[in-house]
Each structure stands twice: as C-alpha cells, then as structure tokens.
Design a protein around this ligand. Structure first.
Ligand code: ATP
Length: 456
C-alpha cells in the first residue's frame, strides 16, 4: 500500500471512529455509493455549507432558493440529461464488476473525449483492450463499452405501468434555471444577479468509489450568475478568483488546490475550469467554474414556450442572459477538508492524530473538562462554565470520559481547537487551563477573559 492510499484508509477509519461518516445501511452490509453523516460530520458539513452560503450572500445580488428534487420530466429532456447524461461503462467478464471505461483509459494515459460515441470509444479501447487489467480480479477480460445514463428514476405519482418513471434531479442547476424567471419577477433582482442553491442530487454512478468523492446520493452547492452576454467573460474571471479565494478562507492549504482548464468543452460551453484538490489518490476535480453561455435558458425557453429573455434598458432589445456557474459537491469538499486537515505528529508519549481544522468550521469549538470526574465540586464548576460558554459559542462539548490525556487525544482527532480544564485552583481563583490543539501549549486564563481568549 502506498503512503497516500494509507492516508486515505486512515481518514476513512478516523471518520467512522469519531462519528464523521458512517457507511450507508451498514448493519445490512452497506449500500453502494451512500454514506451517512455522524454527529461530527453533520456539524462539519453544516459549517462548510454555512460558509458557502455566507460567501454567496456577502453579495447583494445573489438570491438563495431551495427547490424540489422531483421536477417535471420535461426539465431533463430540455437540458439534455434524459438522453445525453451518461458515462461509458465496461464490465469485467471474469468478476462481473463494472468500471468507467474512460477512467481505465485515463490510467493508461489515454484521454477519451466526452463527446465520443459508443463505437468510437470501443475503437479506442480496442487499442489497449488485451492489456487492461481488472483492478478487482487482475484478469484481462473486458467486454464492450456501453453508454449508461446516470439519471436516477423513481415511481413517484405513478399509478400504472404505462405511466412514465420520473427523474430525481442530477444537479441543482436545472431547477435554478426553471425558477430564474420567478426570482426576476419578484422585482428584487435584475441582471446581473445570481441564484445560489444547496441541495441533494442523485446520480447512478457506475462505480462509486473513493469514499465521499463519488457517491450516488450527494449534495451540491451551485450558483448560477445571470449576466449580459458582453459582460460574461469579465464575470467569469471574477468568479474564478472568488471561488479560489474561498478555499483559503476555509483553511485549505493554497498549494493543495489549483485550476485546470477543460480541453474538451461540451458543445455549448464557452469556457470551463476545474478547481482541483490534491486528494490522497491524486489531483481531481473539486469544483467547476463554467461559462455556459445562453444554452440552458434557451433550451428551457424552447421546450417550455415561456419567454425567458430580459429587456436591455439602454438598447430596448430583448436578450437571453448568459450564465456563469460555480458548482461544487458538499461531500467532496468535506473529503478535501478532512484530507487537508489530517495530520500526525509527536506529542507527549508517541504519535497523535490531529485534525488541523480552521476553528470556524471545526465541529466542536471548545471542550470543557473537569480534571476528575469523581470530584463533584469540579464537575459542578465545569458544568457551570460549559453552560455559560454555550450561550455565546456554538458547539461546546462537555467531556469527563477517561483521563485528561485521553480526552485531549479524542478532541484532537475531531479537530477541537481549544480544551478548557477545570481543576482545584479554578475553585480558588476562577482561572482555567486552556490548551491549544495545534501546539499543545497550555495557558492559565481568568474566567472573566475566557470567551475573549477563545476568539469570541
Ligand atoms: P466528475 O467528472 O467527477 O464526475 P462532474 O464533472 O460530473 O464530476 P459536475 O456535474 O460539474 O461534476 O458537478 C459539480 C460538482 O459536484 C463536482 O465538481 C463535484 O464536486 C460534485 N460531484 C459530482 N459528482 C459527484 C459524486 N458522484 N459524488 C460526490 N460529489 C460529486
């Protein structure tokens, strides 16, 4: 196992052990492509989502909406997802496992164009077919590539077999486009303006893998910025910069993220860049920043028959705004954050595991301990301080389990920036020990200064 694979295993194991992420339906043997958030994961996830929403709402022209997972089937017919949203699937004849053919090719340094037909893909795959080894059973026996649609379907509202299945949305963007006119009609926004959404999406991924990186049910944070055609290029550059700045704001090390431009643009896109993170398994897409032109609104205008144009106040001509999109998955962002924060160092006796999370996104901000759990006067004082801190600081934890050393280790593993210990001196002089997660340094702080010392 390489050092990096080992790191991924350590992150998965820490995530389970400390209540960040549990495998979906675990007691029934798991359910591929699903994971559940534990208490620490739910808090971390929420803090990250809040930061994203806050970043969007720091602009006075970004609206936040929430839309349905189920939408009229026509939405996905208009967008092209119903017929064109697919990945190339190839089956190992020996072990019957399914793989993304483009990923197998990529591992051999061959880039398959997204626009390739099944036949073109098979011709390309034929050049290496005899030598491609199955990552699961190590045999060289792959079948033909078929394009597999990624839309998940359900029978919502279906009363007979003749009724069509409906789609679960595969991205939030389309439900934003179909609501863009409603937002405009409130009179509160005018072009240029953006609509941001956070919401669940579903994709029938052929091979869900790499933990939170590729799930079948996941959450997106997407923002669509509607702009006059002549202003689209400048808006694109502005959003590109702003989205990269966001990663520094949530504490990601700058050398771990980079921009990569798409070589093979989908036919309607004007420009597309990925923010990539250096995951333990290599550089991979974390977020997309796309200049989608007027394609989406034009498609919905044509299919719905509803006029989605706006009037230019100067020229008095109607036009369809262009769209700049920023699109990122919450789950992928959490994985990047965990990978970036995970560290091991030498502290006290032996190696400790620590999550160096930025305080703003850490699931627990402060943990309060009584030095000994069997001394009621210490427990009572610690409870009092805990209750007081909770009034100002979100996510304070009371911990009296095991000895103080063990509690520090537990808090380090969930990334708690500060631990406050109440001892016998506290009862005398109203001071506590505040221990810093990163340095292990301990300071004596007066209770009257505590909240300020913790940065609140
Ligand atoms: P990929 O090429 O990795 O499949 P994509 O280009 O299809 O991703 P988009 O459709 O642009 O991704 O979706 C926007 C964002 O949603 C991605 O940048 C990623 O952060 C997230 N995302 C996409 N698919 C998944 C998934 N299966 N699991 C978790 N997050 C995902």
């Amino acid at each position: 196992m390489t050092k990096e694979e080992n790191k991924m295993e350590k992150i998965v194991s820490l995530a389970k052990r400390r209540g960040f992420v549990f495998p979906g339906s675990e007691i029934y043997g798991g359910f591929a492509g699903t994971y559940d958030w534990g208490p620490m994961g739910a808090a971390l996830r929420k803090n990250i989502v809040d930061k994203w929403i806050h970043a969007m709402q720091s602009h006075d022209n970004i609206a936040l909406i929430e839309t349905s997972i189920f939408t009229a089937p026509e939405v996905w017919e208009a967008s092209g997802h119903a017929t064109g949203f697919s990945d190339p699937l190839v089956i190992c004849n020996n072990c019957q496992r399914t793989f993304r053919a483009d990923h197998l090719l990529e591992e051999r340094g061959i880039v398959a164009d997204e626009k390739m037909s099944e036949q073109e893909l098979n011709t390309l795959f034929d050049t290496v077919r005899d030598t491609v080894i199955c990552p699961v059973c190590n045999k060289k026996d792959f079948g033909q590539i078929v394009q597999k649609n990624l839309m998940a379907t359900a029978t919502l509202g279906k009363l007979s077999d003749e009724d069509k299945d409906v789609y679960l949305r595969a991205e939030t963007a389309q439900s934003t486009y179909i609501n863009y006119k409603n937002v405009l009609d409130t009179g509160m926004y005018k072009v240029p303006f953006g609509i941001a959404q956070v919401g669940k999406v579903f994709r029938n991924e052929i091979s869900p893998r790499q933990f939170l990186f590729r799930k079948r049910e996941f959450e997106q944070m997407e923002m669509q910025y509607f702009v006059a055609p002549e202003d689209a290029a400048a808006a694109f550059e502005k959003w590109k910069k702003e989205r990269m700045d966001f990663y520094e704001e949530i504490g990601i090390r700058p050398d771990m993220v980079r921009y990569t431009q798409h070589d093979n643009l989908v036919f309607y896109a004007k420009d597309a860049w990925d923010i990539e993170y250096h995951f333990p398994f290599g550089w991979a897409e974390l977020e997309g920043v796309h200049n989608r032109g007027d394609y989406d609104l034009t498609q919905h205008q044509t299919h719905s028959g509803v006029d989605l144009s706006v009037l230019d106040q100067d020229t008095h001509k109607k036009y369809i705004p262009h769209v700049i999109e920023t699109a990122v998955g919450v789950d992928r962002m959490v994985l990047a954050v965990l990978a970036d924060a995970y560290d091991e160092d030498q502290m006290g006796e032996g190696t400790r595991v620590v999550l160096r999370l930025k305080a703003e996104i850490a699931p627990v901000k402060v943990a309060v301990f009584p030095l000994m759990r069997n001394k009621p006067e210490l427990v009572e004082k610690a409870r009092e301080i805990y209750t007081e801190l909770k009034k100002t600081i979100p996510h304070v934890m009371f911990d009296d389990n095991g000895n103080v050393g063990k509690r520090y280790r537990r808090q380090d593993e969930i990334g708690t920036p500060w631990c406050v210990t109440v001892d016998f001196d506290t009862l005398e002089d109203n001071t506590v020990t505040v221990r810093d997660r990163d340095t292990g340094e301990q300071k004596r702080i007066a209770l009257t200064d505590l909240i300020m010392a913790l940065g609140y």
